[in-house]
Design a protein around this ligand. Structure first.
Ligand code: KIV
Ligand code: ZN
Length: 521
């Protein structure tokens, strides 16, 4: 390869695994499938679909994604033990291209306090894990968990042994977000210089953002020779999150003069994918977030605006349309047809089935009777409501009446039905309408809820915009999310509470005693 040919960097997306581990971001099957399709449309090379041994829900999601998504490599995570690896393969086997990702901690801190294993035992376990995975498929990634804090001599030894055993990708995680760009580059360089069989594997980096350095560290790894970056949409993930896909990709693209790299990412899908993940996980994107934040391309200062009018390049290093900000918020209305709606949904990052589109169209028509102009945000809210509701069948709202006013205790009369049958009615007073709604839902469903967070936002422009309510509730020590959307904000609140109750019911029926997370490994 000549110096002028860009090096191709593989984008390994772990939104559905590490991203989903961020508090409050858990997704159900329908939501994961929606995100998986969007990631495939975005052009990621590898999609880590989950950690199959962690729970039946994780297993099911990896299996469904492996069965239905074509294009990217579908990857499943496993610790270095037979049970995890066998389960991962069980979930992955229908994939067009499957990867088993085995991991084992290598740092002294983890060896001593978590695993209580010697260096020799770690090498032996890593080798046997890679070999077991290799008995199922030939694309094997080995991660040396906490690699950034591992003694470099020992890291080189483990990596060499894992490659000898058949690992085709070696991942260098900065599990606790501790390293710095110079150190990360030195670590990658040391591995490239000192591991004799390193040419038989692709070196990868996986950086967490505890010090706000995940993107910088990943770029440093690439500059030093890494060929894969592990990242998530909007940088979601454990604690402060992971390397943000949109930032790292656009940094390499915008500064291709410096990095001389390319990726297969369709950059104009970045904003729609970011919005979709934000809506599905209920995790807002900060306004000033690089690349995908609402203000990322807003020029406020007069001097900047003047410069922009003279020549955009004075203050603009990327064009908004390159990352998928549409120039206009196309307005739909009463007379818009199904095709225009389907087109809008696609633009917004959703791939709807015929049945979903019909249900959306029905709701769209009802909305169009209430509201003259329907904006992108309204359409996204309707779709989201449908996805999150359809994914968790259970209690639904039949009707509500609210009595409230100055000097009178608010009261809600609520009628709910279970799976469309057996309507139950309850009248409840509360400190305010929201409080009364929570109490009434608890009384009818028998599910106790502690409200941890309550957010209302407007989905689009105008006083008649759809209101989106997100609640985070605690039930038996676990957090659950709920979302509701309506032009009536009390109704949106009740829908959000019901959505969280239905998630609790679904999760309870799926849960098994032995749910584990990588941090338990
Ligand atoms: O951060 C980490 O070390 C991980 C591994 C499982 C790759 O997520
Ligand atoms: Zn991680």
């Amino acid at each position: 390869m000549s110096d002028s040919t860009p090096r191709v960097i593989q984008i390994f997306d772990t939104t559905l695994r590490d991203g989903e581990q961020s508090p409050g971001a858990s997704m159900n099957l329908a939501e994961k499938l929606e995100v998986a399709q969007a990631l495939s449309d975005l052009g990621v090379d590898v999609m880590e679909a989950g950690f199959p041994i962690a729970s039946p829900g994780d297993f099911e999601a990896v299996r469904e994604i492996a069965t239905s998504i074509r294009g990217p490599i579908i990857c499943g995570l496993a610790r270095c033990n037979d049970g995890d690896i066998d389960r991962a393969w069980e979930a992955l086997q229908k994939a067009q291209r499957a990867r088993i990702h085995v991991f084992l901690a290598t740092s002294a801190i983890h060896r001593e306090f978590k695993l209580r294993m010697t260096q020799d035992q770690i090498v032996e376990r890593a080798v046997s894990g890679v070999k077991r995975a290799l008995s199922y498929c030939d694309d094997i990634e080995f991660s040396a968990e906490d690699a950034a804090r591992t003694e470099i001599d020992f890291l080189c030894r483990v990596v060499e042994a894992a490659i000898d055993a058949g690992a085709t990708t070696i991942n260098v995680p900065d599990t606790v977000g501790y390293t710095t760009p110079i150190e990360m580059a030195a670590r990658i360089k040391a591995l490239l210089d000192r591991v004799p069989n390193i040419d038989k594997a692709i070196l990868s980096c996986h950086c967490h953002d505890d010090l706000g350095l995940a993107v910088a560290n990943s770029l440093a790894a690439v500059a030093a020779g890494a060929r894969q970056i592990e990242c998530t949409i909007n940088g979601i993930g454990e604690r402060a999150g992971n390397c943000s896909l949109e930032e790292v990709v656009m940094a390499m693209r915008t500064r291709s003069d410096f990095y001389s790299t390319s990726t297969g990412i369709k950059s104009e899908r970045l904003v729609p994918t970011s919005r979709l993940v934000s809506k599905i996980t209920g995790m807002d994107v900060q306004r000033n977030k690089a690349i995908v934040g609402r203000n990322a391309f807003a020029h406020e200062a007069g001097i900047h605006q003047d410069g922009m009018l003279k020549d955009r390049s004075t203050y603009e290093i990327m064009r908004p349309e390159d990352v998928g900000f549409s120039k206009t918020d196309l307005v739909l209305g009463k007379h818009s047809g199904r095709a225009a709606l389907a087109d809008r949904a696609r633009e917004l990052g959703y791939r709807l089935t015929g049945e979903q589109l019909q249900a959306l169209f029905d709701q769209f028509k009802i909305l169009a009777d209430k509201k003259k102009n329907i904006f992108d945000g309204d359409v996204a809210a309707l779709i989201q409501q449908q996805i999150s509701g359809a994914a968790v069948p259970g209690w639904s709202l039949v009707a509500y009446e609210l009595a409230s006013g100055s000097g009178q205790a608010p009261s809600v009369k609520l009628t709910l039905s279970m799976e469309g049958k057996n309507s139950t009615e309850h009248v409840q007073q509360g400190d305010g309408p929201i409080d009364a709604a929570f109490w009434a839902v608890e009384k009818i469903t028998g599910i106790k809820l502690t409200c941890q967070e309550f957010r209302v936002s407007s989905a689009s422009l105008g006083r008649d915009a759809i209101g989106e309510v997100t609640v985070e509730v605690e039930h038996e020590g676990q957090s659950y999310r709920g979302m509701g959307a309506s032009t009536d904000s009390v109704e949106a609140t009740i829908l959000a509470i019901l959505n969280s109750v239905n998630r609790i019911i679904t999760e309870k029926s799926l849960r098994t005693a032995n749910k584990v997370s990588p941090q338990d490994a």
